[in-house]
Design a protein around this ligand. Structure first.
Ligand code: UD1
Ligand code: MG
Length: 410
């Protein structure tokens, strides 16, 4: 009983309970606000259904609001021991720890706002791309005063090129962390367009990061506090995302919108920076890195980039097929890339039966899954991508805990 009573005082237990409550609240709140959202024009058409039903969008707002309420209620909990006596011993309030919470929440709040503004106003890509970078500045200041480390250990195979085994990155390390915020937000947003994929991919990444935190907490006492704060940010996110995913799963009754994708992406950047494991975060985003690099020819307009690159539905079979773009609109370098991708089996080329123009399948992970496995139902496609995400997490754990010894000889 004493153990149970002391466990109840543990911030982690409080955080877990709040996260379960947050999950239930999100699940119940979404249907309550759906009609209001539709009434005010916040809806999208479900493009992979024959009748293209209207679905309430920007439900990331509900996820975000419930998340912030849970976090605000939780904030005093890790500091209770200070209020309960440590203060009398004359110790200073741990301002740096409190600043970690505030810096993280500020960055997340900015992204929730940007995402919602983008859903409503359709902000131009070249403008909105810089916002996560600016939103991360307070967070980087918190990093500077809590850890401040900017050195990286050089992997064994590369040691011959350097005089020291440590590389001092200095300001470039801050540049990397800022770039991580831009990458994470946008990379999550472009693995999108089929029911359940936004919530599905993020829940796997978040659970993987939480497992990694627990392993570190149990095995590495020196890193305990850093991974604890990461867990405090991740648990309510996992809770709220579960609540949302139940509505976003096929057939979707709610879309998260860019509000959800930007918010989710920022969660990963925030925990990586606050927990001082921003390189490990990228390990758990292998499918997003692949999808981003694969998308680059389209994102940088070397080849045509249609407004929507999600798969298309065949109304006769109700299966979804890879969507395509017109090869003839490509720049010379783009045409070369298409040839290379074709040789590597990364795109499938067909001829449009009406216009007789050559078409290539869009360069996204979701389309590639359909190129490789053939047309599938929408739900099965989502499940396949989520399984790929989960397998990538297994690979990430293998690299992080087994191969790392070979590469760093630690
Ligand atoms: C990103 C992708 C785009 C993809 C879109 C789908 C890039 C560069 N951009 O754009 O290719 O088509 O996401 O979200 O890769 N929708 C569905 N079913 C779903 C989810 C969304 O039909 O399960 C549709 C709805 O009409 C919804 C719209 O997609 O309104 C949302 O698109 P939005 O998030 O605005 O697209 P982007 O993020 O700009
Ligand atoms: Mg989007």
């Amino acid at each position: 009983l004493a153990i149970a009573a002391s466990a109840l005082h543990s911030p982690l237990v409080v955080s877990t309970c709040l996260s379960v409550l947050a999950s239930i609240c999100t699940y119940n709140a979404i249907p309550l606000v759906s009609e209001v959202f539709i009434k005010h024009g916040r809806f999208g058409k479900d493009l992979l259904k024959e009748d293209r039903p209207i679905i309430p969008e920007s439900m990331g707002v509900v996820v975000g609001v419930v998340y912030f309420i849970s976090m605000f209620l939780f904030i005093p909990v890790p500091f209770i021991s200070w209020f309960n006596g440590v203060r009398e011993e004359g110790l200073d309030f741990p301002h740096h720890k409190f600043a970690q919470f505030l810096g993280g929440l500020l960055a997340l709040f900015s992204m929730l706002f940007l995402g919602f503004a983008d859903d409503v106003l359709d902000i131009r890509w070249r403008v909105k791309i810089w916002f996560p970078l600016i939103a991360s500045l307070p967070l980087l200041m918190v990093y500077a005063v809590t850890y401040g480390g900017t050195d990286v250990l050089i992997p064994l195979p590369l040691r011959g090129f350097f005089s020291d085994k440590i590389l001092h990155l200095g300001i470039f390390y801050y540049g990397y962390m800022a770039a991580l915020t831009i990458f994470a937000t946008n990379a999550v947003n472009i693995v999108a367009g089929i029911n359940g994929i936004e919530g599905g991919q993020t829940i796997i990444i978040a659970i993987s990061l939480a497992i990694n935190d627990m392993v570190q907490i149990l095995t590495n006492p020196a890193r305990r506090d850093a991974h604890m704060i990461s867990l405090y940010f991740l648990l309510p996110f996992i809770g709220t995302t579960f609540g949302y995913l139940k509505h976003n799963w096929y057939p979707a009754r709610a879309f998260g919108g860019d509000t959800f994708t930007y918010f989710a992406g920022m969660i990963f950047a925030v925990v990586g920076i606050l927990g001082n494991f921003s390189k490990t975060v990228l390990l758990f985003m292998i499918p997003q890195i692949f999808n981003f690099v694969y998308s680059c020819p389209q994102l940088f307009h070397l080849v045509d980039c249609p407004r929507h690159r999600m798969p298309k539905i065949n109304p006769k079979t109700s299966l979804i097929h890879p969507s395509t773009f017109d090869i003839s609109k490509s720049k010379p370098l783009g045409k070369l890339i298409i040839q290379i991708f074709k040789t590597l089996g990364l795109t499938h080329i067909t001829i449009d039966p009406e216009t007789k123009r050559p078409l290539a399948t869009n360069f996204t992970l979701i389309n590639l899954v359909l190129v490789k496995f053939g047309p599938m139902s929408e739900a099965k496609t989502t499940l396949t991508v989520i399984i790929i995400q989960a397998l990538s997490s297994c690979l990430a754990f293998t690299i992080r805990y087994l191969l790392v010894h070979l590469v760093y000889n630690r």
